[in-house]
Design a protein around this ligand. Structure first.
Ligand code: FAD
Length: 492
């Protein structure tokens, strides 16, 4: 009889990359957390604890709060800091691991902390985005010879460098590579035990309420959202809660209704949590597999988005340095866009007009307002929204810059590889194919109002957003308290 081996006790070697090998095998371990902001199901944390135990040394988690990271505002900072506040408590209560919060220049803060505590190993999260990659390179240069640096891909189901060693052309080229590796990587997580050694000193106390208040004030131009409770516990509730969880209550409609902007609840609603790393994509995929027999089509469609499309976006940003500019488009797309750059546009709008939803298209305006007020535009509308920006601005470069600017500013899940690739797909044909040539778009796939009208109740969506905006404004006026959290708004 063969026994089930159960979850592995340590992290698979393919998840870890040694960025720097240091000479000291014995000092404390520091996990610099940034993309995977969770205690549960976090391979980077698991690896850091494993290494600390091997070294018979203590471990601490460090987080550096940037003055302003990629234009983050109250919407982003509120969600993130409230999640981190919960994380600090659960890290300490369940694992006895201290959480150090730094604010300042990360390339000084982290190396200084390593020196201060005599660390032998720095474990970091993986991200394909250039800013953090640059900081990481600099940190590797600055830490002493004794310190090792390990990078762990805890964000993707299949680690990005294992899935593919090159820039993939599209979903069809990466899908089979990912699928082949799922039996290896789509596994359950071990239960993390408190590390064998405790950190000697206590971290400085964090006044979370004050910190949150300060950040909310600074970024007040884009207020917090109230419909999406931050934190790991809330994330799991959205995934599989008994009340209204995606897998427990809403899964069946995913395959049929996910492209209907009037049915936002047909989508999982997980993107805010995935973006901030408050839930593991591997946990989502694993739990979905457990219920596949209930709704196989829905689970397959969900996997396609959650694993293939999301990890394809990371692949693009990792292997294409120009992931957010026209230079990152394929040759055919750049050519066709430039061939049509001077085509006459029916409308030309400035960034300000677009931001204020002042176009002649009520459907587009509704999607823009959904993003501004709700903080999450429906996935189907995101494509239409970005394509229209191409149609109404002076050229593809301007269109892309405006789309990314607005997406990053207002989407709660913005500033993410999936956002850059979503805009690149819509405007520059990345991961898509050439279509029948037409003015302005060239061979880039076109979408129009009439097509939307055939697909869903456009007027219903416009009315739905109008109501949502009125309600959001009203609730904001009613529930805003001078400092701190607004009262919880109901989920839409
Ligand atoms: P679900 O359909 O429930 O999907 C589950 C998860 O799969 C998502 O949370 C996401 O992680 C992943 N996913 C779904 N669709 C895609 C996709 N097309 N590409 C990559 N991953 C996907 N996604 C973001 O996370 N952040 C963004 O800033 C972002 N901006 C976009 C901009 C444009 C112009 C476009 C066309 C797409 C963008 N997307 C973005 C992708 C997608 O629209 C969102 O991930 C999705 O709408 C999030 O809602 P959900 O979690 O309820 O989706």
């Amino acid at each position: 009889m063969t026994s089930n081996p159960g979850p592995p006790r340590t992290v698979q070697p393919g998840r870890i990359r040694v960025l720097k090998a240091g000479s000291n095998p014995n000092g404390p371990v520091v996990y610099w957390m940034f993309r995977d902001q969770r205690v549960r199901d976090n391979w980077a944390l698991i690896h850091a604890v494993d290494e600390a135990n091997k070294r018979n040394a203590p471990i601490a988690v460090a987080f550096n709060l940037f003055e302003s990271f990629k234009g983050a505002n109250a919407r982003h900072y509120g969600f993130m800091l409230r999640g981190l506040k919960n994380l600090q408590a659960s890290l300490y209560n369940s694992l006895n691991i201290p959480f150090f919060l730094f604010q300042g220049d990360v390339i000084e803060m982290i190396p200084n902390f390593l020196v201060e505590c005599g660390a032998s190993l720095l474990v970091t999260d993986f991200t394909p985005l250039r800013e953090i990659r640059g900081f990481k390179d600099e940190i590797c240069k600055r830490v002493g010879d004794s310190v090792s640096v390990h990078e762990v891909d805890a964000h993707n189901v299949v680690p990005i460098w294992e899935a593919s060693s090159k820039l993939e052309y599209g979903a069809r080229t990466i899908r089979s590579k990912i699928n082949k590796l799922l039996p290896t990587y789509l596994i359950d997580f071990p239960t993390l035990q408190p590390p064998s050694r405790r950190w000697a000193s206590s971290p400085p106390a964090i006044d979370w309420d004050q910190l949150i208040e300060d950040r909310l004030k600074k970024g007040a131009g884009v207020p917090e959202i109230g419909w999406c409770e931050p934190g790991e516990t809330a994330a799991l509730e959205v995934l599989k809660g008994s009340q209204n969880g995606f897998l427990t209550k809403r899964l069946k409609n995913y395959s049929t209704d996910r492209n209907n902007p009037l049915k936002p609840r047909a989508l999982s609603g997980l993107s805010p949590y995935l973006h901030f790393g408050q839930i593991s994509a591997q946990r989502c995929a694993f739990e979905a597999r457990n219920v596949r027999k209930v709704a196989p089509e829905a689970v397959d469609a969900f996997w396609e988005e959650l694993i293939v499309r999301r990890e394809l976006a990371d692949n693009f940003c990792y292997y294409q340095p120009h992931y957010d500019s026209l230079m990152g488009a394929w040759e055919w797309a750049r050519k066709t866009l430039m061939d049509h750059a001077a085509d006459k546009r029916e409308h030309l709008y400035t960034r300000e007009q677009l931001e204020k939803a002042q176009t002649a298209d009520p459907l587009w305006n509704a999607s823009q307002l959904e993003m501004v007020h709700l903080g999450k535009m429906h996935g189907f509308m995101r494509m239409y929204w970005a394509k229209k920006i191409l149609e109404w601005t002076s050229g593809p470069e301007e269109a892309l810059a405006i789309a990314i600017y607005l997406n990053d500013k207002y989407e709660i899940d913005g500033r993410d590889p999936s956002g850059y690739v979503g805009c690149m797909w819509s405007i520059c044909g990345v991961h898509d194919q050439g279509w029948r040539e037409r003015p302005v778009f060239g061979k880039i796939r076109y979408m129009n109002y009439a097509g939307c009208k055939r697909k869903f109740d456009v007027d219903g969506y416009i009315a739905y957003v109008k109501k949502l905006v009125v309600e959001t404004k009203k609730r904001k006026a009613e529930t805003e308290i001078p400092s701190g959290r607004k009262e919880k708004e109901p989920r839409c």
